[in-house]
Design a protein around this ligand. Structure first.
Ligand code: ADP
Ligand code: MG
Length: 713
C-alpha cells in the first residue's frame, strides 16, 4: 500500500492543541474540562506504556510508518479510554469530496460464544478501514469495478468522542484514498501541502540565517458566520429543507438598516444554544473563543483560537456539525448556507492564515529587530507573489453555488482577488521598490536610514473590510470563503502556492551576489514586489471603479463558479500542485469534475424546487386570492393582481422548459446551462412570486415570510 502522506509528520503538529504555536495548553486542568473528550497528548502520556508513548512521538516526528505492534498498543489504550467514557462504537471520520464529513460506525463488541461479547479493537482496525465507498464522488479516479477506497488513520489529528444521549462514538480522524493511492478526500492534499510549505520555508530560513527551526507549520483561525432560525419556520419552507436557502421571500419592512442586531445582546434561547455548543466543542479540544451577533437579523459568528491547519480544519468541520446538531435541541435550525435570504447579508468564513516554526516564531510577524524584519519581508513578499500568480486558483478554491450570490454583492469581497497590505506596510514595500523613503516612514529601512520597521498596527483603524485578502498585523486573512465550506482546500491552495513562491524567492536569494544578507533580501523583495504589486489594492473593493481598475491591471474577475472552476486545471495550477506532489493532474481533474457536477446538481435541485413550490403552493394561493377579489367584484384589485398571476404562470412554464436539460450536454457546459437558463428562469419566477406575496391575503400565503423567520426568536 502506497504511503498516503508524502512524508514527515511532526510532534509539533501532533501537539497542535497546544505546544508550539497555539496558546491552548491541554495539560492545564480547567473547570470546563477542556479537551476531556479528546485522546490528547496528555491522555496518551498517561495511558500508554512509557516506551510506546515515546516511540509513537518519535514515529510521528520522523514521519515513518507506524509498525503494527505500536499501533496495537495505541489501539488498546484508545479503546479502554473510549469504553470508560461510554463509547460503544468507533468510526474512521473522514472528509470525502462531498464537502462534509463521513462516518461508518462499527461496534467494539464481537460475539465471543455462549451469548457473550468481547470488546476488541486492533491496531489494524485503528490504522486502516475500508468503507464501502463506491458512492462517494471521485470524479472518475476510481471506476466502479475497483470501487474500493480505504481510510487511513491520521495520528496528527487527535481522536475524540462524540457524545449522544444514548452513548458515545469514538471518532478517528482519517484520510481517504483510492486503492491505487489517489486522494479522494480533503485531508490528504492539505497534509501534503503543509509538508511542502514546511520544506520550502525551512530552506528559506536557512538562507536567511536561521538554522534552529526544523519544521514550519501553517496555522488557521476561522471565523464562522451562521444563521439560527426557529425550526417551525424551517419545516414550513420546503426550499430551506431541500436547498438550505429560501428560493422565495419578499423583503421585510424592517431589514438590518437599523443595525440594531450587530453586536447587540444575544437573545436568551440563542445564547443558551451557543453556550451548549461551545461547551461540547471545548470538551472536544476546539478552542472556541469569541461569539457575537452579526450584521443580519438572526445571524451570528463563532471563532476559535488558531491551530495548525490540519487540526484547525478538522475542528472547523466539527464546529459546523455541532452548530447544526445543537441548534435542534433548542428548537432552532442552524443555516450554514452562504445566502439563505436574498437581500439580507449572507454568511462567510474568514480564514486567518500564517506560518510558524517549531521554535515558536510566526513568520508573518514583522518583529522588532532588523533580523526579524528581513525574514518577515521575505515571507510577506512570497505571499504577495503567490496570490498574484495564482489569483484564479484562489478564487476557484472558494467557488460554490452559494458563493455566487455573495461574492461581489457588496457584503462580501468581490470575485476579484487582491491584497490589502495596510498603509504602513504598503509604504515599506513601496520604499523598498523605489529605494527611497521619507524620514518619517520606515521606507528608509534597509540601510537607508531607520534601522527597523515601525510597529505595524495589528488592530484599529487600518483595516479594510472590503478586501478579500488582508494583512492583519501578523497573519493574512483570506475573507472570501463561504460559510458552508471546508477549510481544507483553500488552505491547501495557500500552502502550495506560497511554498512555490518561497522557493522562487529562495532560488534568487541563493544566487544573489554580495554578502550582505539585508541587501540581498532587499533586492529579491524589490524585484518580486515590483512584478506582483498589481495585486495589492488598498481602496474600496466594493466600488465600480475598482472593477474597472482591476480589469486595467489585468486581474481576473471570475464572477461565477462555472467561470472560476477551470482555474483548478490551468497550467499554472497543475504545475504547482504537481511539483509539490500535493495533487496530481489526475487528482486535480477529478476534483474539477466533482465540483462542476456539484454545481449543476445543486442548481438543478434549486430550479426543480422553485418550479414545484411555485406551481403547487404559490400559484394556487394567488388564484384563491384572485377568486376572492372577483367574488367581491373589486375590479381595480383584479386588474392589479391578474397580470402577476398570468406572469407567474408563464414564468413557471419557462422554468420547466429550462429544467429539461438539452441532450448530450454535460460537464462544464451543463453547469453553464444551469447558470444561464435555469437560474435566470428561477429569478423570473421569484420576482413575480415575491410581488404576489405582498398582495395576497396573509392567511392564504403558504410560506412563512422573512419578517417572521428573521425576527421571531
Ligand atoms: P483580529 O483583530 O484580526 O480579529 P484576533 O487576534 O482576534 O485578531 O484574531 C482573529 C482570528 O485570527 C482568530 O480566529 C485567531 O485565532 C486568528 N489568528 C490569530 N493569529 C493567527 C495566526 N498566527 N495564524 C492563524 N490565525 C490566527
Ligand atoms: Mg475577520
Amino acid at each position: 500500500m502506497a504511503s498516503i502522506r508524502q512524508k514527515n509528520v511532526t510532534a509539533a503538529q501532533w501537539s497542535s492543541n497546544g505546544a508550539a504555536l497555539g496558546p491552548v495548553d491541554l495539560s492545564q486542568p480547567s473547570n470546563i474540562a477542556f479537551g476531556e473528550n479528546v485522546f490528547s497528548l496528555a491522555v496518551q502520556r498517561q495511558r500508554l506504556p512509557k516506551d510506546v508513548f515515546q516511540r509513537l512521538q518519535r514515529t510521528l516526528y520522523s514521519g515513518e510508518a507506524l509498525d503494527l505492534s505500536l499501533a496495537d498498543s495505541v489501539a488498546q489504550a484508545m479503546k479502554d479510554w473510549a469504553l470508560e467514557q461510554g463509547a460503544t462504537h468507533f468510526t474512521h471520520w473522514f472528509q470525502p469530496l462531498t464537502g462534509s464529513t463521513a462516518e461508518k460506525h462499527d461496534s467494539f463488541f464481537n460475539p465471543a460464544g455462549e451469548g457473550t461479547a468481547l470488546a476488541e479493537f486492533s491496531g489494524k482496525e485503528l490504522i486502516q478501514g475500508e468503507p464501502d465507498a463506491s458512492s462517494f464522488p471521485t470524479g472518475g479516479v476510481r471506476a466502479t469495478f475497483e470501487a474500493r477506497g480505504y481510510t487511513a488513520w491520521d495520528p496528527t489529528s487527535p481522536a475524540f468522542l462524540l457524545e449522544n444521549p444514548n452513548g458515545a462514538l469514538l471518532c478517528i480522524p482519517t484520510a481517504f484514498a483510492s486503492w491505487t493511492g489517489e486522494a479522494l478526500d480533503a485531508k490528504i492534499p492539505l497534509l501534503r501541502s503543509m509538508d511542502a510549505l514546511s520544506r520550502s520555508a525551512i530552506r528559506a530560513l536557512q538562507l536567511l540565517g536561521d538554522a534552529t527551526a526544523t519544521r514550519v507549520f501553517t496555522t488557521v483561525g476561522p471565523e464562522q458566520e451562521y444563521f439560527l432560525i426557529d425550526e417551525q419556520y424551517f419545516f414550513e419552507r420546503p426550499d430551506l429543507v431541500t436547498t438550505g436557502r429560501t428560493l422565495f421571500g419578499a423583503q421585510p419592512p424592517k431589514g438590518h438598516e437599523l443595525d440594531d442586531h450587530y453586536f447587540g445582546s444575544i437573545p436568551e434561547r440563542v445564547l443558551a444554544c451557543m453556550m451548549d455548543c461551545e461547551r461540547q466543542l471545548q470538551k472536544l479540544g476546539v478552542p472556541v473563543k469569541t461569539r457575537h451577533n452579526e450584521v443580519a437579523p438572526g445571524q451570528y459568528e463563532i471563532a476559535p483560537v488558531f491551530e495548525n491547519s490540519n487540526v484547525g480544519s478538522d475542528h472547523q468541520q466539527l464546529t459546523m456539525q455541532l452548530l447544526e446538531s445543537t441548534a435542534r435541541k433548542y428548537g432552532l435550525v442552524c443555516l450554514l448556507h452562504e445566502k439563505p435570504f436574498a437581500g439580507v447579508n449572507g454568511s462567510g468564513k474568514h480564514n486567518n492564515w500564517s506560518m510558524g516554526t517549531d521554535t515558536g516564531s510566526n513568520l508573518l510577524d514583522p518583529g522588532d529587530t532588523p533580523r526579524e524584519n528581513i525574514k518577515f519581508l521575505f515571507f510577506c513578499a512570497a505571499v504577495i507573489q503567490a496570490v498574484n500568480k495564482h489569483q484564479g486558483l484562489l478564487r476557484a478554491s472558494v467557488a460554490n453555488i452559494g458563493q455566487d450570490h455573495r461574492l461581489g454583492a457588496n457584503e462580501a469581497p468581490p470575485a476579484i482577488i487582491s491584497i490589502f497590505l495596510g498603509a504602513d506596510l504598503e509604504k515599506v514595500f513601496e520604499a523598498i521598490e523605489s529605494g527611497e523613503g521619507d524620514p518619517h516612514t520606515p521606507g528608509s529601512f534597509l540601510g537607508l536610514g531607520t534601522p527597523v520597521l515601525p510597529p505595524l498596527p495589528k488592530h484599529g483603524g487600518d483595516r479594510n473590510r472590503t478586501s478579500p485578502f488582508a494583512f492583519t498585523g501578523n497573519k493574512f486573512e483570506f475573507r472570501a470563503l463561504g460559510s458552508s465550506m471546508s477549510l481544507a482546500f483553500p488552505n491547501t491552495v495557500l500552502n502550495t502556492t506560497v511554498a512555490e513562491a518561497i522557493d522562487e524567492l529562495s532560488d534568487k536569494l541563493a544566487s544573489a551576489p554580495g554578502d550582505d544578507l539585508a541587501e540581498k533580501v532587499s533586492a529579491v523583495v524589490k524585484e518580486s514586489y515590483a512584478a506582483n504589486k498589481q495585486v495589492c489594492f488598498g481602496g474600496d473593493n466594493y466600488s465600480e471603479d475598482w472593477h474597472e481598475e482591476a480589469e486595467q491591471r489585468g486581474l481576473k474577475n471570475l464572477r461565477t463558479t462555472p467561470e472560476a472552476l477551470p482555474e483548478l486545471i490551468s497550467d499554472s495550477s497543475i504545475a504547482a500542485f504537481g511539483h509539490y506532489e500535493v495533487l496530481s493532474k489526475r487528482e486535480l481533474e477529478s476534483r474539477f469534475e466533482v465540483l462542476v457536477e456539484q454545481y449543476w446538481i445543486r442548481a438543478n435541485i434549486e430550479a426543480e424546487t422553485t418550479g414545484s413550490i411555485a406551481r403547487t403552493m404559490l400559484l394556487p394561493a394567488a388564484l384563491r386570492h384572485l377568486a376572492l377579489i372577483d367574488a367581491a367584484d373589486v375590479s381595480a384589485l383584479g386588474d392589479e393582481v391578474r397580470p402577476l398571476v398570468d406572469g407567474l404562470a408563464t414564468a413557471i412554464k419557462e422554468l420547466e422548459r429550462a429544467n429539461h436539460h438539452p441532450e448530450g450536454v454535460e460537464g462544464l457546459e451543463l453547469a453553464e446551462h444551469a447558470r444561464d437558463k435555469q437560474l435566470t428562469a428561477m429569478d423570473d419566477v421569484r420576482e413575480l412570486a415575491d410581488k404576489l406575496e405582498k398582495v395576497v391575503a396573509d392567511d392564504l400565503w403558504p410560506l412563512p415570510k422573512y419578517s417572521e423567520i428573521l425576527f421571531i426568536k
